[in-house]
Design a protein around this ligand. Structure first.
Ligand SMILES: Nc1ncnc2c1ncn2[C@@H]1O[C@H](COP(=O)(O)OP(=O)(O)OP(=O)(O)O)[C@@H](O)[C@H]1O
Ligand SMILES: [Mg+2]
Length: 259
């Protein structure tokens, strides 16, 4: 069953009375249940715009988003978002931050504690629930942000460059963590990055957007099971093909719409 259908999505931001920025042009994509899709593209091509539209945080200028065949209007608890900056509340401990969404949903204190602690454990922060954000490293805060999204148990997780603010080694370990969680929980993941190696290492499919207005330029299947070897010939060949696509933005041979 299709999970997310992105149909004819375009976005133009009004900037002045007479001008607008054309951020996205006619994006069509079906993300199947349980897929791990990475959206790759140059800075300013509309990746975050697309993610915010899928999340229901931003209305498109044209087109529609369907979740399990239902047209979406606004946000939906089945879709969780993880941003680049975990944006934790400094006055709440980690358990309080992770349980915040559940609090908004009106869940009891006992249920919040149980689900928050399970999510905290899942992201590798077991025992850190009583700490405050300033007591954690950047990577740990990012894990806490991920736990906050997981605690609400959304079917789809949208991630906007979630690891770009952490150091390289932390980033590698967070990549392992997200793969482990994706495999264990069977979530659908829609992951924005501008790192080609990260996209190919994580994704089952990489969607390359062209520069603004963002259009789907090429789609690359990554048909390898996890755990993957970053240096395997199969992954390196796909990395190379993606760089060719980035360097030859007019090449259109590989365009494959998956409607
Ligand atoms: N609220 C806004 N008002 C006007 N223009 C905007 C707004 N938000 C984004 N834009 C413009 O739309 C285009 C796409 O922005 P977006 O943030 O989606 O790109 P991106 O691919 O996520 O870039 P990056 O890789 O730098 O995060 C950019 O030119 C940006 O300046
Ligand atoms: Mg962005």
């Amino acid at each position: 069953m299709p999970s997310i259908e992105i149909r004819h999505i375009s976005k133009r931001y009004p900037v002045l009375d007479t001008e607008q920025i054309h951020a996205l042009e006619d994006i069509n994509l079906t993300v199947r249940n349980g897929e791990f899709v990475c959206i790759l593209g140059p800075s300013g091509c509309g990746k975050s715009t697309l993610l915010e539209i899928v999340a229901g945080l931003l209305p498109p200028s044209d087109g529609e988003i369907l979740l399990d065949n239902q047209v979406q209007a606004g946000t939906n608890p089945a879709i969780g978002v993880v941003f680049q900056d975990a944006a934790l509340f400094p006055w709440r401990n980690i358990r309080g931050n992770v349980g915040f969404g559940l609090e908004l949903m009106g869940r009891s204190r006992a249920e919040r504690k149980k689900k928050a602690d399970a999510a905290i454990e899942m992201v590798g922060l077991a025992g850190m629930g009583d700490k405050y954000p300033h007591q954690l490293s950047g990577g740990m805060r990012q894990r806490a942000g991920l736990a906050r999204t997981l605690a609400a148990d959304p079917q789809v997780i949208l991630m906007d460059e979630p690891f770009s603010a952490v150091d390289h080694l932390t980033r590698l370990s967070l990549q392992e963590e997200i793969i482990r969680i994706w495999q264990k929980q069977g979530k659908t993941i829609f992951f924005v990055t501008h790192d080609v190696g990260e996209a190919v290492y994580l994704a089952t499919r990489v969607i390359l957007l062209s520069s603004r207005p963002g259009k789907i330029q090429q789609i690359f299947e990554v048909p390898f099971a996890h755990p993957r070897d970053r240096n395997s010939q199969g992954l390196l060949t796909i990395v190379e093909r993606i760089y060719m696509g980035i360097n030859n933005p007019l090449a259109s041979g590989d365009i494959e719409y998956n409607l």
